[in-house]
Ligand binder design. Structure first.
Ligand code: ATP
Length: 581
């Protein structure tokens, strides 16, 4: 599909408004033709021939046409605005839906600033194209063609001379647009990089302040700002190079009209009124020619932006989604069969031939050094990624045959990187189960040991937490996100380092509560503390993507390997903590 077909797909339903607008643009251009003609009559009939009775009707007609033209212009501008806003709305919706359908791989490899540039600047270029560029192209084309036609009716030789000059202006403008075209893509890329720096500084402002690196960040921003500025200036330089030529040629149009027209007037083959008419038509030649530079500029911007927008619309999630067979709540039987995994842009296996099974109601704990593949392993259960080799079965079905929403609605996850929305605490907890009543939210918050601290906040459950949970401690955020996960009546519960920021006493309480409610849930717990995993039915010890030890607490203690050593290291702390409490 080329760019025009693509744009058309957004305005197809609005074609009546669009065609009406374009028709009115043509009518407006026709009306413009009358001004020079009437001005010519004014000179020839009223001034030269002394028909003063024609003065008022001629002036009245000119003023009337001016009003009519303004009215028509208003209507077609409004119609174009309506078409562009509606198309923009549809495009924004489609882009947003696409964004939410894309997988982790896309987000891992695309900067947020770049996505934001597409959702703002590029979309604006699309709107500007429909709201302004399209009607201006039609208006200028019709003005140019009508003017040439009308001038031809009056004097062919002068018109031909003017058309030849206009042709040269066209060539210069075309060369300028060719030179400036690649620059627009560069400007677009530079804007995206600038956006990324701003976005990173807003998200990471705490880190910047904590390390007092404001100067460094300002310097970094300045480099990108200068780059953006330079690229815009480069394109402006092309303009500056060509604009004097275009200006000279358009001025030459006037000189040529006066010179040749004057000679014809002196010879008596051309009336003074005709010269006035010609002069009146001149702006319809040079106007479109001058304007074409700006319009080509806008079209190039639009082409560069639409390329970026379409790139995102064409992005495909690697996770294929099979059709929904028969929606049912999963039991929570999970089996990894020789599962290996590597990230798309990496040649290293993050998981190597992992096999184990978890029955409904069982708890599987995963322990291991940082970077050993624990989070990656559980992310395969929600199908955030597909295994590179081997198969993952859920309820004895290859996970790739399960419809994504159906699968994910049976799983509840507390991710390591906690995210809370800018919403009330109640809204954040109920995110997983929008139909939950307040008392359900409250009782689940008790289980997650969040109720007490929430009640101490001035607004309680109505407290609005800032973006990403600003205003709460790490442990408080963890407990709210745990409550959010528990509220959903899931078959599989994944807790990725969920209690790392809460004290051991609180963790113990949460574990006791979990035992009460999670009797038929399959629970995956990733933890660094032995105390979080001791009671699990199966403990997996990971190292460099491999399961190096497995078994229950007792079995692993007997092996006297990694688990045994970690247990001995942490036991002291644990006993100390228990003694203090
Ligand atoms: N998006 C990614 N692209 C490429 N490699 C990645 C990506 N995410 C993680 N990795 C790599 O995969 C390996 C396993 O990461 P993972 O997050 O699963 O470890 P982990 O055991 O959960 O670590 P931690 O205990 O620190 O959370 C790491 O070596 C990491 O560098």
């Amino acid at each position: 599909m080329n760019n025009m077909q693509w744009v058309w797909s957004y305005i197809r339903n609005l074609k009546l408004s669009l065609f009406t607008a374009m028709f009115l643009v043509v009518v407006g251009s026709v009306i413009s033709m009358f001004y020079p003609l009437l001005a010519g009559r004014l000179v020839d009939d009223v001034i030269n021939k002394g028909h003063s009775e024609l003065l008022l009707p001629l002036l009245g007609t000119m003023i009337g046409l001016m009003f009519l033209k303004s009215l028509i212009r208003y209507v077609y501008q409004m119609l174009c605005e309506k078409v562009s806003q509606q198309a923009l709305f549809n495009l924004r919706e489609e882009l947003y839906k696409k964004l939410l359908s894309l997988d982790f791989d896309f987000f891992n490899n695309t900067r947020v600033g770049d996505i934001m540039a597409r959702m703002t600047g590029d979309i604006e270029a699309f709107r500007h194209f429909l709201a302004f560029v399209v009607y201006n192209i039609v208006e200028n084309m019709t003005l140019l063609l009508f003017a040439i036609y009308m001038m031809m009716q009056i004097n062919v030789p002068i018109t031909l001379i003017l058309v030849v000059i206009t042709f040269f202006i066209g060539i210069v403008t075309f060369r300028m647009s060719r030179e400036v075209k690649p620059m627009f893509y560069e400007i677009r890329q530079s804007f995206s990089r600038l956006n990324s720096v701003v976005q990173e500084n807003i998200s990471g402002n705490r880190v910047v302040k904590a390390f007092a690196r404001e100067d460094f960040e300002i310097e970094k921003f300045t480099i990108h700002n200068k780059d953006y500025n330079k690229r815009n200036m480069d394109s402006a330089k092309v303009w500056v190079k060509y604009l004097p030529i275009v200006d000279s040629l358009t001025s030459f149009l006037k000189v040529a009209t006066l010179l040749v027209g004057g000679i014809f007037v002196m010879k008596g083959t051309f009336s003074l009124g005709d010269l006035i008419v010609f002069n009146g038509f001149l702006w319809m030649l040079d106007g479109p020619m001058r304007m074409s530079g700006w319009l080509i500029n806008d079209v190039q911007r639009f082409v560069a932006s639409s390329y970026k927008i379409r790139e995102m619309l064409d992005a495909e999630s690697k996770i294929t989604n099979p059709p929904l067979q028969n929606a049912k709540k999963l039991q929570g039987y999970v089996r990894f069969d020789q599962v290996s995994f590597q990230f798309a842009d990496s040649d290293q296996h993050v998981l190597k031939k992992v096999s184990f099974e978890a029955k409904p109601g069982q708890t599987v704990a995963i322990l291991g050094a940082t970077g050993s593949g624990k989070s990656t392993l559980v992310s395969l259960i929600s199908r955030f990624y597909d295994a590179s080799e081997g198969t993952l079965f859920i309820d004895h079905e290859d996970i790739r045959n399960l419809e994504l929403r159906d699968l994910r609605s049976s799983i509840s996850t507390v991710m390591q990187d906690i995210f809370l929305f800018s919403d009330t605490i109640e809204g954040n907890i109920a995110f997983s189960e929008p139909n939950a009543t307040f008392s359900q939210v409250e009782s689940i918050a008790r289980i997650a040991d969040a109720h007490n601290f929430i009640m101490k906040l001035n607004e309680g459950y109505d407290t609005i937490v800032g973006e990403r949970g600003v205003g709460l401690s790490g442990g408080q955020k963890q407990r709210i996100s745990l409550a959010r996960a528990l509220l959903r009546n899931a078959s599989i519960l994944i807790l990725d380092d969920t209690t790392s920021a809460v004290d051991m006493e609180t963790e113990f309480k949460i574990q006791q509560e979990l035992k009460k409610i999670g009797s038929d849930m399959t629970i995956f717990v990733i933890a660094h503390r032995i105390s979080s995993v001791m009671d699990a039915d199966l403990i997996l010890i990971m190292e460099h993507g491999e399961v190096i030890e497995r078994g229950t607490h007792e079995e692993l203690m007997k092996q006297e390997g990694y688990y045994y050593n970690v247990f001995r290291e942490q036991l002291g702390d644990f006993n100390q903590q228990k003694a203090v409490s």
